[in-house]
Write a protein of this length. Structure first.
Ligand code: FMN
Ligand code: MN
Length: 472
């Protein structure tokens, strides 16, 4: 397993999936190239160097885990696995993960260069303006924000975007008050104190994944990342805050998050994963950066939100959680769960055992589908990771007048572009979800026309015997 981001980039290179780009402009061009590359069939990872206006060696790495192959690689799984098999392998691995608490070390690569107080200048690093109408450069698009709960000492380390406002001023964005970072910050602020914080850029990809995971409060993202890797994450105390910081991190900001009653700065807008700008700039909490540390020739891990289907992760991690919830709730015979359109649509495949089985699965999946307006259930012969296959089932097995239900006031978000502004102003951020039952009707399943195409297994056998001939 890779040791840090640099070793991961080396592995990506050895798979032939890395492109090196020199001379790009951090204003719109790095973001633009990243978006175009993410739309290519092989979706290469990109390492930008010789960035316009910046010293050689100050690099940006993007599209780290945007396809199945590299998402599997980051999880320590076989990168050759096919999409649904890779997600199944992750499901299996999740079941056997053993907690790996972080270990503290005395020295850290990120301490190779340090700056304090008036020497702090965030502009030393090439923070891109990712999309045309962004409110400014975002240095944190895939960076970890680390805080300590003042009551319990629990360390939270998850991904929140970080916008640059000045040499020692950045903002951190919490989507809603339930984010662990927001809960912890408010504990300090309610006591009239600043909240010590560290922002970790260029972290290990396992930490990038852990920072996206919905872990219960009190659970450590460091511990989860360690269990993915099968070895503890090494952390070193930040000289200023004492916060534990992953030792091989590329760039580290230390400082304090000021109470919002004292200071705010206009945060955003920022292109979102829906493919839209959710709204105008809003007041965001300010981090005063009082120390910067970085490795020699540092690498910023950049992960801008992009128009679907491009997404930070080539494997739908939230689908794995939905799958777990289905199984935990006793819904048997799940053949697969996937998400399309960057989480905005959920597909569940199952082998129907009884009437109502498919709808039961759909309701559980819908309950856990953040922002997804469409939840589809298909039979086990349909690959839920294949959108064309799913739509084939929808158009041939679902009678709309019978098979579509609408759920109202369900879980969405203020980022949802289709919720009217006047509703959002009233705090309404829910939407309706369509449940599409695209399974063969259980009552006459035996009479349903037989599919004419090869089964997956028959196709595989043809591939083994004749595939090379077809590719000559
Ligand atoms: C690339 C990326 C960017 C994200 N940006 C934000 C963000 O700006 N604000 C936010 O609240 N959540 C953001 N998220 C989602 C959170 O990281 C995610 O929901 C996580 O589980 C929150 O952790 P927490 O439970 O410790 O608060 C982002 C996720 C990714 C992968
Ligand atoms: Mn957390």
């Amino acid at each position: 397993m890779y040791k840090d981001l640099r070793e991961f980039i080396g592995l990506v290179d050895s798979l032939g999936a890395l492109r090196r780009i020199a001379g790009a402009d951090p204003r719109f061009e790095i973001g633009g190239i990243t978006e175009v590359a993410a739309g290519l069939p092989e979706c290469p990872a990109l390492l930008f160097d010789d960035i316009e206006g910046h010293q050689r060696g100050y690099r940006v790495f993007t599209n780290a885990t945007t396809n199945v192959q590299r998402a599997a690689l980051a999880l320590g799984l076989d990168p050759a696995l096919r999409p649904l098999d890779a997600l199944k392998a992750w499901m299996e691995k999740r079941k056997t993960l053993r907690p790996q608490p972080p270990v503290t070390v005395d020295s850290a690569a990120f301490l190779e260069n340090s700056f304090r107080d008036s020497d702090v200048n965030v502009a030393r690093f090439p923070a891109p303006i990712w999309h045309r109408h962004d409110g400014g450069p975002f240095i944190g698009s895939g960076s970890l924000v680390v805080m300590r709960d003042p009551d319990t000492g629990w360390i939270n380390a998850s991904i929140y975007r970080v916008q640059v406002h000045g040499p020692n001023r950045v903002t951190v964005q919490f989507d809603h008050g339930g984010r662990h970072g927001a809960i912890i910050a408010h504990k300090y602020w309610d006591r009239g104190e600043n909240c010590p914080v560290a922002v970790v850029h260029g972290e290990d990809p396992a930490l990038f994944i852990a920072g996206f995971e919905y872990l219960p409060d009190g659970r450590s993202e460091y511990e989860f990342a360690g269990s993915i890797k099968g070895a503890p994450i090494e952390v070193c105390a930040g000289p200023l805050t004492g916060l534990p910081i992953p030792a091989p991190a590329e760039i580290v900001f230390e400082g304090r998050l000021l109470p919002m009653s004292e200071a705010t700065l206009p945060e955003g807008p920022f292109g979102e994963f829906t493919g839209y700008y959710a709204g105008a700039a809003r007041p965001g909490p300010v981090m005063e950066v009082t120390a910067i540390h970085h490795r020699n020739d540092p690498i910023l891990l950049g992960s801008p939100p992009m128009k679907p289907p491009r997404f930070h992760f080539g494997l739908p991690f939230r689908a794995a959680t939905i799958w777990e919830n289905l199984e935990a709730g006793g819904v048997t015979d799940i053949a697969g769960v996937w998400q399309h359109v960057s989480q905005l649509m959920t597909a569940v495949a199952l082998r129907q055992r009884y009437d109502g089985h498919a709808k039961r699965a759909a309701l559980v999946a819908a309950a856990h589908s953040y922002m997804a307006r469409i939840v589809v259930v298909v039979d086990e012969d349909v690959d839920p990771s294949n959108l064309a296959d799913v739509m084939w089932a929808v158009t041939t097995r679902c009678e709309p007048a019978e098979g579509i239900d609408i759920l109202r006031n369900a879980w969405s978000s203020a980022l949802d572009p289709r919720i009217p502004p006047e509703h959002k102003e009233r705090g309404v951020t829910s939407h309706s979800k369509a449940i599409i039952d695209a399974c063969r009707p259980f009552g006459w399943i035996d009479k349903f026309p037989k599919p004419s195409a090869l089964s997956a297994e028959e196709a595989r056998q043809i591939e083994v015997k004749w595939g090379a001939k077809l590719r000559e």
